[in-house]
Design a protein around this ligand. Structure first.
Ligand code: HEC
Ligand code: HEC
Ligand code: HEC
Length: 404
């Protein structure tokens, strides 16, 4: 039956071509196709960005894009709270690294060079009510073919893409001042502060412009930004910081936010940055944190018991044997957790448990340690470590979350 398919097909074509109308259609298509091929081969198709699109081409491309995004984003589950200030802060930080150069931002004009692109990246604030959050998620995660709109560099980090969507949702009402506070941190207080001006004003010490970039998200002294969006780096072990930067740069530790930053650093600069942050004073976190990060009743006590004893029944090891607190010096690659932001700790534990966080050569230790943790145990452990004071001395606090 199948073997005779080509024969039957040919017979059917032969029969059809004997009808004048169908013969006409076939010949027209053939001529049009040959014509298109001839025009293309002769190099006459306009690919010049300077000539833009015809209105009909532009309409058709946007129509296809809108339909594709709408259909392909169906069934995407949204996080509970897209107005979470920590998500908006994290999204703003990345927007400044990876989006502002094409799309502009409140108080920041689009560059004249970008305006010469076809299609031209739109200024986003007025366009946001045309897209549902799941559609924005799709666009930021996958990017758009045949335009310059890039895909998210770490496809497994949906949590980071949602942070950008949370920021985009907040964009229509955002004042230039608020954008600067979110994206630039304390540097926003200097008039004219931006990555470029920070770079120019700090030509004297080659590390300073890099530190200015890190400070946007990790704070002036690596203390974080007062919400769990960014980890504190202050007082962390230098070997762990260096190994983490290398892991981001190579993609071993997936993060669409840190990877582009780390990939641009030379190894010697990474070493200097790791030493610099290791020397900064660690801050006791829960004292400075806002109400939303206060742990649930009993969480710290439950977390303490689990961190010290582990659970033989659930095959959860004792955390303190590697992370302290204890009198013994631990492996220099085991990070300190005391006083780290609880939301950051909980996020990393979820990523380890899902097998989505790589890292140093020792990261596998954490995959087996976290595989059987429940969501409540994750929160308890995060609360316990966050509440541990890394140091008793009073230190300068991070940003006041109420102002973000
Ligand atoms: C190299 C330039 C470039 C960068 C960087 C870039 N985009 Fe785009 N973006 C574009 C272009 C071009 C389009 C498509 C414009 C069109 O065809 O309508 C687009 C489209 C979009 C759209 C759809 C807008 C609409 O209403 O049609 C959103 C949303 C968007 N980008 C968000 C982002 C975010 C968020 C980032 C950073 C993570 C980003 N873009 C980075 C160039 C860029
Ligand atoms: C746009 C915001 C942003 C900037 C700028 C930034 N970081 Fe980060 N950084 C993050 C986020 C978000 C994470 C957590 C990522 C994750 O989930 O793995 C992080 C994580 C890290 C970690 C891992 C910490 C840990 O405890 O495992 C190190 C180390 C680090 N950053 C160093 C730096 C350095 C050094 C710079 C400057 C060169 C810098 N970062 C610039 C946002 C930023
Ligand atoms: C055998 C040693 C070991 C044990 C046991 C262990 N960890 Fe870890 N942990 C590590 C190592 C090593 C890393 C760094 C992984 C990497 O990035 O390469 C780490 C990383 C982490 C991080 C991420 C820190 C950061 O700054 O990003 C958290 C959070 C964490 N561990 C919590 C725990 C908890 C909670 C337990 C107990 C359930 C635990 N660990 C048990 C070795 C261990």
């Amino acid at each position: 039956m199948l073997r005779r398919l080509p024969e039957r097909l040919l017979a059917w074509v032969g029969r059809s071509l004997r009808r004048p109308v169908l013969l006409g259609v076939a010949l027209t298509l053939l001529v049009l196709g040959a014509g298109a091929l001839a025009v293309t081969s002769a190099g006459l198709v306009s690919i010049a960005a300077s000539s833009g699109h015809w209105p009909v081409t532009s309409w058709f491309l946007h129509y296809s894009m809108r339909r594709a995004v709408s259909t392909q984003s169906l069934g995407t589950e949204e996080p509970d709270d897209l107005t979470d200030p920590a998500l908006v802060l994290k999204g703003a930080g990345h927007y400044e690294t990876g989006c502002v150069m094409c799309h502009g931002a409140p108080g920041r004009n689009q560059s004249v060079i970008v305006e010469q692109m076809t299609p031209r990246p739109p200024y986003l604030a007025p366009r946001m009510d045309e897209w549902a959050p799941r559609e924005l998620f799709w666009i930021v995660r996958h990017g758009i073919k045949f335009t310059a709109m890039p895909a998210w560099p770490a496809q497994q980090r949906d949590d980071e893409v949602w942070a950008v969507v949370a920021f985009l949702n907040a964009l229509p009402d955002m004042s230039p001042q608020r954008y600067r506070r979110l994206a630039l941190g304390k540097a926003a207080q200097n008039p004219g502060a931006s990555e470029t001006s920070a770079r120019l004003s700090a030509m004297s010490d080659p590390l300073e412009p890099v530190l200015a970039t890190c400070a946007r998200c990790h704070g002036e002294q690596g203390e974080g930004r007062g919400l769990g969006a960014y980890p504190s780096l202050a007082g962390q072990k230098p070997a762990y910081l260096l190994a983490s930067l290398r892991a981001y740069a190579s993609g071993e530790r997936a993060s669409g936010i840190m990877q582009p930053i780390a990939a641009g650093l030379e190894d010697e600069t990474m070493r200097q940055l790791a030493d610099h942050y290791a020397e900064q004073p660690a801050v006791a976190r829960l004292v400075a944190a806002n109400g939303s990060m206060k742990p649930a009743n009993g969480a710290i006590a439950r977390g303490r018991v689990l961190a010290i004893r582990g659970s033989r029944e659930h095959k959860i090891p004792s955390c303190v044997q590697c992370h302290g607190p204890s009198e013994i010096e631990h492996n220099r690659m085991y990070p300190l957790l005391a006083g780290q932001y609880p939301d950051y700790l909980a996020l990393q534990l979820r990523l380890f448990a899902a097998g989505e966080r790589g890292g140093t050569d020792y990261a596998d230790l954490m995959h087996s340690a976290t595989r059987r943790l429940t969501e409540q145990q994750i929160r308890d452990l995060a609360a316990f470590y966050a509440a541990l004071a890394p140091t008793d001395e009073p230190q300068p606090g991070p940003d006041n979350p109420a102002e973000l």
